[in-house]
Design a protein around this ligand. Structure first.
Ligand code: FES
Length: 116
């Protein structure tokens, strides 16, 4: 099973992205976890326009906006919806169970996880 705990609900503040890192088969996978409007979202934590962390940006409605040039991505689909970003970011299934925020990655190593 590849559901792994990446954060606790206590660590999340609505509309404030939380940077976490999962050790996956492909190597460390950095993610931005977002709680917005009673839903959780998990996106790869790197803007596709540049190599900056999306978790440093702002949540605006159902999007996360890159702080560097203002590119924006849909929280649910990762689609780039605002220039200069044009390529989507990867998104991952995430859900809350009790106080745990669980992330699904098909290749995550369950016991090699840390939260920044
Ligand atoms: Fe993110 Fe340019 S680096 S929009």
């Amino acid at each position: 099973m590849s559901w792994v705990t990446v954060a606790t609900a206590d660590e999340l503040t609505d509309d404030v992205p939380l940077a976490v890192e999962v050790e996956a088969d492909e190597g460390p996978l950095e993610l931005a976890i977002v709680s917005h409007d009673d839903k959780l979202y998990a996106l790869e934590n790197e803007c596709t326009h540049g190599k900056v962390a999306l978790s440093e940006g702002d949540v605006v409605g159902c999007t996360i906006e890159c702080y560097l040039h203002g590119g924006a991505f849909d929280l649910a689909t990762g689609e780039a919806i605002q220039l200069p970003a044009t390529e989507p970011v990867r998104v991952f299934p995430v859900r809350q169970e009790g106080n745990d925020c669980l992330l699904y990655t098909s290749d995550a190593a369950d016991d090699s996880l840390r939260v920044d």
